[in-house]
Design a protein around this ligand. Structure first.
Ligand code: SF4
Length: 581
């Protein structure tokens, strides 16, 4: 796409938007903020909108957005070599001081490389010069395991934007040049400069150490930056409304951050601790002012009902005339009042995550709820008039046997029976839609040392699940292929050496098998190896707050089929797991 065509497209986008920020550049720190996917996907991402708002809330910063062009135009734009421009002022990205990325998903890693190339920059930090914008990579994935992206970043921002941006601005204001800036940043919490470390390896290929280079001031590990409390902080909420997004003009607002349940596989649960609720009054004020642009509120939280005032928030949103979509509901917090409010707002489907079908395996993963409680919750859901139920299950978990797979089928049948009991007389039967995914062990969880289960075994379990769940009326399951999860695991569990495969996959259009073969990256080494004897894990460079001995004891408890803390003890969790030293 030629330069003038990009400008026209950007102006067309702006003409349909409400709420974007336009500031003069003069005298300000200029930040081009990229979402490594298309406008359509990126504008529905609350994290991206929040960082945009936080940057622009600083008078000394001007932040403009950048997206991946639509697939149909990408090749032409790369061939034309027309510089990638920002949406707001259509300024070429390479004229900004900072090119920042907000990365939420592993599958977008190749798009980071594409955007760097579109901007006329070398993808690898080592090949760029001091005249290029500072490339900063942040977002949810980077405070779990930034290493596969490390060679592309001048700086990795690990943690929550609210805590990172003020330190970034201070460092920029005080810095005399690029080197000085990097040295200042590493003294601040959450900023990791990959080039300031030598990574040494043992003969078996595992990491021996991250060694900070002399005179850089880089710390041995980088402490994640996080807010201690959300009391004085505005809840993240949609600020730019446009009809051209995945979720349409939906008003998204974060209600509560974190989840205290401590499921042993869940990186989000461990990494957003402690649980912090945003102030109810501010959530409602923002919803009030967004009402003229939106009829639909999306409540973003991994454990919505952990907000102590959730019932009042829902009541007021319904009174404002919003239809409401909750991102996820933890089963143990559901009440008839909450369900009635959601139903009243027009919602017809509830999503729940039993994860597994047996109480035994649920103790292994520390999902502190029983089958009986799940059936009671389903009864309450269908009694409140909901038509459909969406279910999430996992397979390939430690200690799993065939009985556990059969238990998923049995649970589905029982839920189906509960649905029929409530709906038979009504003349319309809803749907149960389930998804089954193999466990991808995640960094920063109790399962971080586990190898992923081998592909033949997973394929066998997938076939078994498909046959167990076939032919049940009104029940539809989506069961993911093993290969999809394998490359996701490589990006989750890899280290800097995986960057070569990311570059190759970017060049060849996403053929990961060929990318791994071409670059000689030993994917099995990263995915199928038991890491419990490794001295250092790739993600150990970021100190997320939870210590190894805690994760190890959680893993041992998993094997003993023990729960850690009973549900409803969020206060105890926060006290026992002090993240923010
Ligand atoms: S309940 Fe859900 S969000 Fe909370 S820790 Fe478990 S899986 Fe994660």
């Amino acid at each position: 796409m030629k330069f003038w065509q990009q400008r026209e497209r950007a102006r067309d986008i702006l003409s349909k938007e409400v709420g974007y920020v336009s500031k003069p550049h003069g005298g300000r720190l200029r930040v081009a903020l990229a979402f490594p996917n298309t406008y359509f996907v990126g504008m529905s991402n609350l994290g991206f909108q929040t960082v945009y708002k936080l940057f622009n809330a600083e008078n000394d910063i001007v932040c403009e957005r950048v997206f991946l062009p639509p697939k149909t135009e990408l090749a032409a734009q790369l061939a034309d070599r027309a510089p990638l421009v920002s949406i707001e002022s259509q300024t070429p990205v390479n004229e900004f001081d900072i090119f920042a990325f907000s990365v939420s998903f592993e599958w977008d890693y190749t798009n980071v490389v594409t955007l760097l190339r579109l901007a006329g920059l070398k993808p690898r930090a080592a090949e760029r010069t001091h005249r290029d914008p500072l490339v900063m990579i942040g977002g949810a994935v980077t405070f779990v395991n930034p290493e596969p992206l490390a060679p592309f970043a001048d700086v990795i921002a690990a943690g929550e934007g609210e805590a990172l941006i003020p330190s970034l601005l201070t460092a920029f204001k005080g810095a005399s040049d690029r080197d000085d800036l990097l040295r200042r940043l590493v003294t601040e919490r959450g900023f990791y400069v990959p080039s300031f470390y030598d990574v040494t390896h043992r003969l078996d290929g595992t990491i021996e150490a991250f060694v900070p280079k002399a005179d850089t001031g880089a710390p041995a590990t980088v402490k994640k930056a996080a807010l201690k409390t959300t009391e004085a902080v505005d809840p993240p909420a949609t600020t730019i409304f446009t009809p051209d997004t995945e979720l349409g003009s939906r008003f998204l607002v974060e209600v509560v951050r974190g989840c205290a349940n401590l499921c042993r596989f869940c990186w989000a649960g461990y990494n957003y601790l402690p649980v912090r609720a945003f102030p109810k009054d501010r959530i409602l004020q923002l919803a009030e002012s967004a009402r003229r642009y939106s009829n639909h509120a999306g409540l973003v939280s991994i454990a919505l009902c952990d907000h102590p005032e959730i019932e009042e928030i829902l009541t007021r949103l319904v009174d404002m005339g919003y239809s409401i979509s909750p991102a996820s509901l933890r089963l143990d917090d559901l009440t008839p009042t909450i369900l009635n409010l959601l139903r009243k707002s027009g919602e017809r489907t509830i999503t729940i995550a039993p994860e597994v079908g047996s109480d035994r395996l649920r103790r292994v993963i520390n999902k502190t709820i029983t089958n009986d409680e799940i059936f009671a919750a389903a009864d309450m859901i269908f009694a409140s008039g909901f038509e459909n139920l969406k279910l999430y299950f996992m397979i390939a978990l430690p200690t799993e046997t065939d009985d556990d797979l059969v238990a998923i089928r049995d649970m589905t049948l029982q839920l189906h029976e509960i649905m029929l009991r409530h709906q038979r007389g009504r003349g319309h039967i809803g749907r149960i839609v389930g998804s089954v995914n193999p466990l991808v062990p995640k960094p920063g969880t109790a399962y971080q040392w586990l190898p992923m289960e081998d592909d033949k075994s997973i394929e066998r379990k997938i076939r078994r699940m498909k046959s167990l769940l076939a032919g049940i009326d009104n029940v539809y399951f989506n069961i993911k292929s093993e290969r999809h999860s394998f490359y996701q695991a490589l990006l989750s569990l890899g280290d800097r050496r995986v960057a070569a495969a990311i570059e190759a996959a970017e060049r060849n259009g996403g053929n990961w098998r060929a990318a791994v073969a071409e670059t000689g990256v030993d994917a099995d080494f990263f995915v199928f190896r038991d890491r419990s004897a490794d001295a250092v894990l790739p993600w150990d460079i970021i100190d997320g707050g939870l210590k190894d001995h805690f994760f190890r004891s959680e893993f041992d408890k998993a094997l003993r089929e023990e729960w850690t803390l009973p549900p409803k003890r969020q206060k105890d969790n926060a006290r026992l797991l002090p993240l923010l030293q």
